[in-house]
Design a binder for this molecule. Structure first.
Ligand code: FAD
Length: 391
């Protein structure tokens, strides 16, 4: 049965249909019962919990968004709250889904032909095929709309890919990776579904990260990787099409960042009710209450923004600038919130066992990926002024 979160202060979850609420409760129970008890250890070892993938995907988290796979009709607000719910327990597991469902399946859904959607989406939703999304390169991050150096050269019925990628999530174990490369004939960015067993393709794990440690990010090298024309995303004609995928995933990261803020805040509230100083619970001190109230203000304002962006998605009015504002604003508020939550726990706030520490560290990755705050501000700035300051 549906039980609203205490940290959903204005009751946004009550906007969902009973069917959506049931699905959200199933996801919450999986995350609390199966992920929360083990995730700090995976985080410490920087190891991905492969043994959880099957049961995780059995919650349908990778199915909801696509007509080809969804178990029931559902809203973008529901899918956003699901992303928030996952991140409230662990941002690495939600990032795994963000890559699999948001970026990889999303690219096939937005830029693939119907034949490609039918072939890949059901197999990826079940976890039979794991995907990754390769856009960023060692020498091109924020400027990837123009600065990609990876090339795709047409050769009869095939394409030959050369170049390198950096930061690619899930890529140490993905079966396919969506590779974005510049067509050497027209200079436009095109997308390719690359089978990772193809000769010339290699992926190496990036070590010693201090955020999202269970997520396996890789450096990829492509040396004369041959990809059949049938594996080119048929509707990816230029970077404008890549941007359509990012428009969706940036809104999802905004939702996830609210989840990360809630995760840290909830740890802080529980701690404040237990910890005593000056002869009473720290929850009874006015300045601690002030910190918690500020956290809740950030969380609630961010949720309201996310709800509206998702409603705009369903209404067909969501533009790049709306996702960009939500991503930049909510991740900034998350960063402030996890710092306050950690701070309110004193020294224990930096120890993994007390939970806030993991959210505090993971927040840094969400803040920078899918477009930094600066780049998202410039997308909003272009909408305000009509002038692009980043070309
Ligand atoms: P840079 O572009 O080098 O930026 C450095 C700094 O300069 C930033 O503060 C930036 O805002 C600023 N800057 C740059 N240009 C301007 C400008 N014009 N005006 C003002 N400031 C500017 N990529 C993928 O393709 N697939 C993935 O799965 C993936 N997963 C990731 C997971 C993690 C944990 C991380 C950290 C990154 C991931 N990325 C992935 C890459 C991510 O999207 C990039 O890190 C991000 O876009 C920023 O690029 P960069 O790191 O190269 O920074």
């Amino acid at each position: 049965s549906f039980e609203p979160l205490a940290s959903d202060f204005y009751g946004f979850e009550t906007l969902l249909t009973p069917e959506e609420q049931d699905a959200l409760m199933r996801l919450r129970s999986y995350m609390e019962g199966t992920v929360r008890p083990v995730i700090n250890d995976y985080w410490e070892r920087a190891e991905f919990p492969h043994d959880l993938v099957e049961s995780f995907l059995a919650t349908d988290v990778a199915r909801f968004a696509f007509p080809e796979t969804r178990p029931f009709e559902n809203s973008a607000v529901f899918r956003g709250l699901a992303a928030m719910e996952m991140s409230r327990v662990d941002a690495s597991m939600s990032t795994f889904i963000g890559v699999q469902e948001g970026l990889a399946m999303g690219s096939i859904s937005v830029c693939g032909s119907q034949e490609q959607r039918d072939e890949w989406l059901p197999r990826m939703a079940s976890g039979e095929v794991i995907g990754a999304f390769g856009l960023t390169e060692p020498l091109s991050g924020s400027d990837s709309a123009r600065g990609l150096r990876t090339t795709a050269t047409r050769d009869g019925d095939s394409w030959v890919l050369n170049g390198s990628k950096r930061w690619i999530g899930n890529a140490t174990f993905s079966d396919i990776t969506i590779i974005w490369a510049k067509d050497t004939s027209d200079g436009q960015v095109k997308g390719f579904i690359v089978d990772t067993t193809t000769p010339g393709y290699s992926a190496t794990k990036i070590e010693r990260k201090i955020a999202l440690r269970p997520v396996q990010n890789a450096d990829i090298v492509l040396e004369n990787v041959v990809v059949p024309e049938a594996m080119r995303l048929q509707n990816a004609r230029s970077f404008r099409d890549t941007a359509k995928v990012l428009r969706l995933t940036r809104a999802a990261v905004a939702w996830s960042s609210v989840g990360v803020a809630i995760g840290a805040y909830e740890a802080a509230v529980a701690y404040a009710k237990e910890r005593e100083q000056f002869g009473k619970k720290i929850a009874e001190h006015q300045l601690v209450q002030d910190l918690l109230a500020r956290c809740l203000g950030n969380i609630t304002a961010s949720m309201a923004l996310c709800v509206r962006v998702s409603q705009m998605h369903d209404e067909g009015t969501q533009g790049d600038e709306h996702s960009a504002l939500a991503k930049g604003f909510c991740t900034s508020k998350m960063r402030e919130t996890v710092a306050w939550a950690r701070e309110s726990m004193g020294g224990n706030g930096i120890v993994l066992d007390y939970e806030a520490a993991r959210f505090f560290a993971d927040a840094e990755a969400l803040y920078s990926y899918e477009g930094t705050r600066e780049m998202n501000a410039l997308i909003v700035g272009r909408a305000i002024t009509g002038k692009a300051a980043f070309v």
